[in-house]
Write a protein of this length. Structure first.
Length: 235
């Protein structure tokens, strides 16, 4: 039997702001988003968690937030730091705090784990999340059977704009390259530009593409199965 092409479309930053939350729910309801990752530290997280209860087919994972950095004139500078990501004890303590906050908000374990600006690709945060993922039996981005696709993003590594990266045409190219197997594609939609974000208007452009009828039609024609990460009951 030929292996299917299975795709999770995961929207990062759920609960970061009301604009982001609304955009993600719209992209799920009217578009191709099947999964999202909750930022539990932010003031809008509780409202996002409550709204998610009305969307039972939307998988909810934990977007571990240990800080954010931006590139200015070729150099990266912290926008904020939650903990020193090189300090294993502090990073583990903060991860566990955010996991318990997730459980409190959602009443269950996350369906998957990932992190803001991919900080868990480096040690010691990598081991912390991978250990937790194994314990809960859930995928950890970059370290699971789902191959990660990060090409649907409107900025380069240094924060400069990438014209055309968020169009229907570019997303169609990404989808056509998917081979049989399991894939995760990240996205960052919002209903309006969120305040104080270095990735702002791009989010609105993402929402337009993620809800485009052309995209859903192409997914059907390509035989791609859109799925969420499997939900998990509380540990």
């Amino acid at each position: 039997m030929t292996e299917a092409t299975v795709l999770v479309v995961n929207a990062d930053d759920f609960g970061q702001s009301p604009e982001v939350t609304e955009g993600i729910l719209t992209a799920h309801r009217d578009g191709i988003v099947t999964s999202t990752s909750l930022m539990v530290r932010w003031p809008a997280a509780q409202e996002a968690a409550a709204a998610a209860m009305h969307h039972p087919q939307l998988a909810i994972g934990l977007h571990v937030d240990l800080g954010e950095w931006r590139c200015d004139d070729g150099e990266w500078h912290p926008v904020y730091a939650v903990v020193d990501t090189d300090d294993e004890a502090l990073a583990r303590q903060e991860f566990e705090r955010q996991l318990e906050r997730f459980r409190s908000l959602m009443g269950r374990d996350p369906s998957h784990l990932d992190s803001h600006q991919h900080v868990h690709r480096r040690e010691p945060v990598q081991s912390i999340l991978r250990e937790a993922g194994r314990a809960m039996g859930i995928p950890v981005r970059h370290f699971s059977k789902f191959t990660y696709v990060g090409d649907f993003y409107g900025q380069s590594n240094d924060g400069s704009p990438l014209p055309g990266a968020l169009t229907d045409e570019h997303l169609l190219k990404i989808l056509k390259k998917l081979t049989p197997g399991r894939w995760e594609m990240a996205c960052h939609p919002a209903a309006a530009p969120p305040p104080s974000s270095m990735y702002s208007q791009e989010r609105v452009q993402e929402l337009a593409t993620l809800t485009s009828p052309r995209i859903r039609q192409a997914i059907a024609e390509l035989g791609i199965s859109l799925v969420p990460f499997a939900p998990r009951s509380r540990a």
